[in-house]
Design a protein around this ligand. Structure first.
Ligand code: ATP
Ligand code: MG
Length: 369
């Protein structure tokens, strides 16, 4: 229980940006730069958007993601959570394992001209991918925490009355369509429109590249979610409300030289050549692996074989051999911790949601067999 207590006790540390992070700008020419070269995150699929809402998510020139602190108590609570999980002297095995399911945390960041606007500096979970297909799924049986006002509770229930029964909600996604070399995007309204009978097909959209279902990505996602479920079943110290799982898989196929200019693939990216009617993704996987640089897409400073803190770049996808995960390179990470609280029991709502989500993913795979 020590770390639970710590979560309630942690004090706000003064802004301490991650030391030694290279600030080399790799933004393409002509991109609208503000806040010291930071720009709105181009591949954000849900949540508060910079320029639209009061707070939003930016991308730093070094490739990390900057999440602006929400007004208290949410922002400070999320910062305290990250500080606790990534505390240098942390030796709680439960939290050490939890680190592997979260984006890496590099402290806080603020722009010199606005030192009071704090941002959480986080690993960009999509950084290894060339054509990242991304989905944000909110987990749990309720989207409000125990301290929420009656008004907030009602508002959240109105948004998705099925949350309690279904246990998760798709907040947004984008999926790469190989034939057109474009992304199809779906916002929060898409997920809210899904009911029990349409959930499976609704979710399977994320894994469909316009020609075939990416069974390899479904299988690898299942494996990742199972690991997170095992962590939840083993821990009794934290409860998560309105927190999400961020799914990412590679949507691209084979490459040829073309430049793509967005702030996810900032330098020269490749064009993906697609052979229609390729039913089996294993063929894709083979050629993909042969041609892929060892560190993923090798674009940003965060991607040059090392993470910003100098460690070898290795996501959850890096341990396939050890764990026997599916074929695809897939990331499933927990994000959004504005409503995490100390607890003394299992997080039944989150576990319920994970199990329901697994059931639907397994059905998708089963139907495709
Ligand atoms: N570490 C990350 N790497 C890549 N993308 C991220 C990362 N963190 C967030 N995102 C993108 O930003 C979106 C919103 O993130 P998040 O849920 O943390 O913010 P939010 O919902 O606006 O926050 P809050 O609920 O605290 O107001 C995600 O759906 C995802 O697309
Ligand atoms: Mg969110």
């Amino acid at each position: 229980m020590e770390s639970s207590v710590a979560l309630g006790r942690l004090e706000l540390a003064p802004s301490s940006s991650a030391g030694g992070v290279p600030l080399t700008s790799r933004l393409p020419g002509g991109s609208q730069a503000h806040l010291n070269g930071c720009v709105p995150l181009s591949h954000q699929v849900a949540g508060h958007k910079y320029g639209v809402d009061k707070v939003g998510i930016l991308q730093h020139p070094d490739g990390t993601v900057l999440k602006q602190l929400q007004p208290p108590p949410r922002g400070p609570r999320e910062m305290q959570f990250y500080s606790m999980v990534y505390a240098e002297d942390c030796c709680d095995p439960c939290l050490l394992e939890l680190q592997t399911y979260l984006p890496r945390y590099y402290g806080t960041w603020s722009s010199p001209d606005r030192p009071n606007d704090l941002y959480l500096k986080l690993e960009d979970v999509t950084r290894h991918f060339i054509k990242p297909c991304i989905m944000d799924v909110k987990l749990g049986q309720r989207s409000y925490d125990p301290y929420a006002s009656q008004e907030k509770r009602e508002q959240q229930i109105r948004k998705y009355p099925l949350m309690e029964e279904i246990g998760f909600l798709v907040l947004g996604l984008r999926v790469y369509k190989v034939c057109t070399d474009t992304f199809d995007s779906y916002d929060q309204h898409y997920g809210r429109g899904l009911v029990k009978d349409t959930l499976k097909d609704g979710l399977s959209k994320f894994f469909h590249n316009g020609v075939s279902l990416r069974k390899d990505a479904v299988a690898a996602s299942i494996h990742r979610v199972q690991r997170i479920l095992r962590w939840f079943e083993s821990q009794h110290q934290l409860t998560f409300y309105a927190s999400s799982l961020l799914f990412v898989y590679e949507g691209g196929m084979e490459r040829k030289e073309v430049a793509e200019y967005n702030n996810n693939n900032i330098q020269v990216a490749e064009h993906w050549d697609y052979t229609p009617c390729e039913e089996d993704n294993s063929a894709w996987k083979q050629s993909h692996e042969l041609q892929r640089p060892p560190n993923g897409n090798g674009n940003k400073s965060q991607l040059q074989g090392k993470d910003v803190d100098g460690e070898e770049a290795k996501g959850q996808g890096g341990d396939e051999t050890e764990t026997g995960a599916g074929d695809a390179e897939v990331e499933v990470r927990m994000i959004d911790f504005a409503h995490v609280f100390p607890s003394e029991s299992q997080d039944h709502g989150y576990i319920y949601g994970l199990k329901r989500l697994l059931t639907v993913l397994e059905q998708i795979l089963c139907d495709a067999a």
